[in-house]
Design a protein. Sequence first.
Length: 142
Amino acid sequence: MSNNNASAATAALLEGLRQHAQGLLYQSETDAPFEVVHFPAVSESGAPAATELAAWAGKPAQEKVETDTLPHFFRNMTREILGEEEGVMQNAPRFKQLQEFLELHLHDVKVYRVGHRNITAFILGRTQAGDMAGLKTTLVET
């Protein structure tokens, strides 16, 4: 893929992520919006190093990093259970669409949780160009 084609494909992917995530809030002890992120390829292993993730989150290099799967991370956002808050039920289909979009357009999608209590979560996968792209949000867990 030429650089121009890769750049155009990445730009289209980032715009698709913006559209799918617009107006959605990740619910934890706080409700936080999603931010689209894009990082140049930095690691040969295919996954970002813990120190890279900490730097991207603006946290110390030794900060705790955990990984999660996308279905597990979105499990409470994609459930449509009676008795749930109306907003959660209304957004469940949109979270499912966002999950499908991420899984379709990114390779090896993983969730990286950086920190504890005030956690920066990255949902990242590889683009066709080999860069890392996805979403970033904040979770509060006390």
